[in-house]
Design a protein around this ligand. Structure first.
Ligand code: MN
Length: 745
């Protein structure tokens, strides 16, 4: 016999051994029918992959078996998932088609494997944005069936465990991709063990030396740590035994990756980290008494050790939205070290280790984490269905939401709502309903009136105040932190813009009619060019808002229904003359170009202040060369800045303010406060008498006991302005004083 053949026989036996060890951990596949489906999937997969080998030289089928085993054993998935895990690479790498899968197994299996195939072509991208785009695709499939992502995580975990045989470059790519998206996703899905292993493995390949060093140090300090933990837990064990509780105590140091994180990112030496301990007390108890039993244990632990009151975390009463339930406290040991103690039942522990998947075993629990996961998936879906951010922004936002901690707030009726840390009253309003968000003018938090931007804290009771007159504003985008609120605001703004643009379009039509110009795209393009608009919609909006006055159109000829602007007249003089009323002017006795330095040379260049952000001296600004309106000055925080800077970088110029007391700028301020008699009087007094500031316009409006007002004042610079706002804020009844970023508010 030749040696190759002996190998093949031995391999066949090994494949069967591995298959049987998979069956042993498929705890949820109990029926004969379940077992038959798994066998069928295994046989099909083994046959399809029979001539393929992994980079290590092993038979390929080892991989799908291992993935199925992770899915069953470490995530606790069902028969359908095991079937799909066994088949996950067949459609991509073999002759088997999705139709075959559907015919042999079913529709569900087809959907899942389709999802797995779509997201498999990863790690072949050139740039971060390709990577981000891929991640988005992956999340899209996640909204079809979450099992896709769970199997994908099992697949990734096995690939990471067997990464040794890959080329160095590939290892680095896969490892960073794992850190970039798979570990956060595992975290969000509550798969903490898998998350930790993925991170540790990623570090092993990204930075092998440090990884080995940390492992070595952990081994060296093992004995000391064991002694400490034994001494620490001894009195607790005795008391728990006396109380007749069944339990297990586990202890763990931090993961290698988190130690690395502290060493490298925070500059803390290993010696200060390795002995940060956490012990876990897992109670074998009944579901109906688990909560009180956990608190009993808490009381026993704190009989021996002093707890830190700020570090008590009760995720038993209010579980995390990933389904995590546990009671955490940090206590002081006799040797002066803090030790975190986690207390939970066996059921909670399984939930914590296997994420929401474990929930399938405990269907009767009151607040199903599955429904929370559904809620979260719905949010993801909302974001995905409005893919208007560029992919990288999207991922940044999304990753924030993966890692963000949560706060718990209440409606006036006492309903509990979960929001990310940093969420504002406006986020809450949009969380309740998009219409409530759109009409939100303020809120009462614990019966106190607060502005939209008020940051909520756990335990707050929030009542939203609305007004029919209210509508979403551009600067609301800076107030909200939740992706869903941001998208709802964008949608509303886009809707509003569309209506305004329609109006502007009608005005162009009428004007063209009067001039005997045909309403054709050529002519509209000419007008767009003339006014330096980004596109037709942008121009229509400007016209409708009165920023561009068509009745003052000059310097053009009309021939056979076509309009054409004469080049010479478009420059300088024309622009100046064509400046619409509402375009803000610098009011100065010394002429233009005095207040700003533009460009590298400190040239005196003519410029105009952009109306989208209304900069004044003191603001961070840049110059932007427009097509026909010369240089415009924008604030770096302008809503348009990012687009201008990224798309038209070559048209951007440096700009810096001079100190110029003589120059005055118009600035709009908006107020809100309680609707108090005499408040308008007080405000105007401060502006004109106390501060000796000129007022241009003022308007106030009262609603639901809250007033909102606007005033246009003339100031020298941001310092001058903030002195004024500080004084105004001190007026009784005034709640907020904010600068109006754009005149369209
Ligand atoms: Mn695979």
């Amino acid at each position: 016999m030749n040696p190759a053949e002996i190998d093949l026989e031995e391999e066949k036996l090994e494949i069967l051994r591995r298959y049987r060890s998979l069956l042993r951990v498929c705890h949820r596949s109990k029926t004969r029918a379940d077992r038959a489906r798994i066998r069928k999937a295994f046989e099909l997969s083994a046959e399809a992959h029979k001539d393929m080998r992994r980079k290590s030289g092993e038979p390929y089928i080892y991989h799908p078996i291992a993935v199925a085993k992770i899915a069953a054993e470490e995530i606790g998935l069902d028969t359908t998932s095991i079937v799909c895990a066994l088949l996950h690479d067949t459609v991509e790498d073999t002759e088997i088609t999705l139709d075959d899968i559907q015919n042999l197994f079913g529709k569900k299996e087809r959907t899942i494997i389709d999802g797995l195939t779509k997201i498999s072509g990863v790690s072949n991208y050139e740039s971060a944005s390709d990577q981000a785009e891929n991640f988005r695709k992956m999340l899209l499939t996640l909204s079809d069936d979450v099992r896709v992502i769970l199997i994908k995580l099992a697949d990734r975990l096995h690939n990471m465990r067997t990464l040794d045989h890959m080329a160095r470059e590939k290892q680095l790519k896969i490892a960073s991709e794992t850190l970039f998206m798979y570990a956060p996703l595992a975290h969000r899905l509550g798969l903490y063990n898998i998350k930790t292993e993925l991170e540790d493995l990623a570090l092993k390949f990204k930075d092998p030396e440090i990884y080995e060093e940390i492992i070595g140090k952990l081994q060296k300090t093992q004995a000391v740590r064991t002694r400490f933990i034994n001494a620490f837990t001894l009195p607790i064990r005795r008391s728990l035994d006396k109380a007749g509780l069944h339990y297990e105590i586990k202890s763990r140091t931090k993961s290698i990756y988190s130690i690395w994180n502290k060493i490298v990112k925070k500059g803390v030496p290993f010696e200060e980290i390795y002995d940060v301990f956490a012990i876990r007390i897992i109670l074998d108890t009944q579901t109906d008494t688990e909560k009180s039993d956990c608190w009993r244990v808490y009381s026993i632990v704190t009989d021996f050790y002093q707890p830190s009151p700020e570090r008590l975390r009760d995720w038993i009463s209010i579980p995390k939205s990933s389904g995590y339930e546990s009671l955490h406290t940090t206590v002081m040991s006799p040797t002066g070290k803090w030790v975190e103690v986690q207390i939970r039942s066996v059921r909670m522990d399984e939930m914590a280790e296997k994420g929401f998947a474990a929930h399938w075993k405990y269907k009767d629990s009151p607040e199903s984490p599955e429904s929370k996961l559904d809620k979260w998936l719905n949010q993801v879906r909302d974001v995905l269905e409005n893919p208007e951010d560029n992919a990288i922004d999207f991922i940044d936002n999304f990753k924030l939401s993966l890692f963000s901690e949560e706060i718990y707030v209440f409606t006036p009726d006492g309903d509990l709502k979960t929001l990310p840390v940093g969420a504002t009253a406006l986020d809450f309003a949009f969380h309740i309903h998009s219409q409530i968000g759109s009409q939100c003018i303020g809120a009462k938090v614990n019966y106190k009136l607060v502005p939209l931007s008020h940051k909520l804290r756990s335990g707050d009771q929030v009542e939203i105040l609305t007004s029919k007159k209210q509508h979403p504003k551009e600067d609301w985008l800076n107030i909200v932190v939740t992706a869903s609120a941001r998208h709802k605001i964008r949608d509303a703004l886009r809707e509003e813009k569309k209506l305004i643009a329609e109006e502007g379009k009608e005005m162009v039509k009428r004007r063209f009619n009067g001039l005997k110009v045909d309403f054709l795209s050529k002519n509209i393009d000419e007008l767009v060019r003339h006014y330096g608009a980004i596109n037709a919609t942008n121009l229509y909006v400007r016209i409708a808002k009165g920023n561009v006055d068509l009745t003052r159109l000059k310097g053009f000829v009309v021939e056979n229904g076509r309009i054409r602007f004469e080049k010479e007249e478009v420059s300088g003089k024309q622009t100046q003359e064509g400046t619409p009323e509402s375009e803000r002017k610098i009011i100065t006795t010394q002429g233009k170009g005095e207040a700003l330095y533009i460009g590298d040379e400190q040239q005196q260049v003519e410029y105009r202040l952009a109306t989208c952000c209304n900069p004044i001296p003191g603001d961070e600004v840049f110059g932007f060369i427009t097509v026909s309106e010369g240089i415009k000055i924008h604030r770096t925080s302008c809503p348009n800045a990012q687009e201008l800077l990224s798309k038209y970088a070559y048209r951007v110029m440096k700009a810096r303010w001079r100190n110029a007391e003589t120059v005055q700028f118009e600035v709009g301020l908006k107020f809100s406060g309680t609707d108090d008699v005499g408040i308008v009087q007080n405000i105007t007094n401060i502006i004109s008498t106390d501060m000796n500031v000129n007022m241009r316009a003022i308007s106030f409006e009262a609603n639901h006991g809250i007033f909102q007002g606007k005033v246009v004042v003339l100031v020298h610079d941001t310092k001058h302005l903030s002195a004024l706002t500080d004084k105004l804020k001190a007026v009784d009844g005034v709640l907020t004083v904010d600068r109006i970023e754009s005149e369209f508010e």
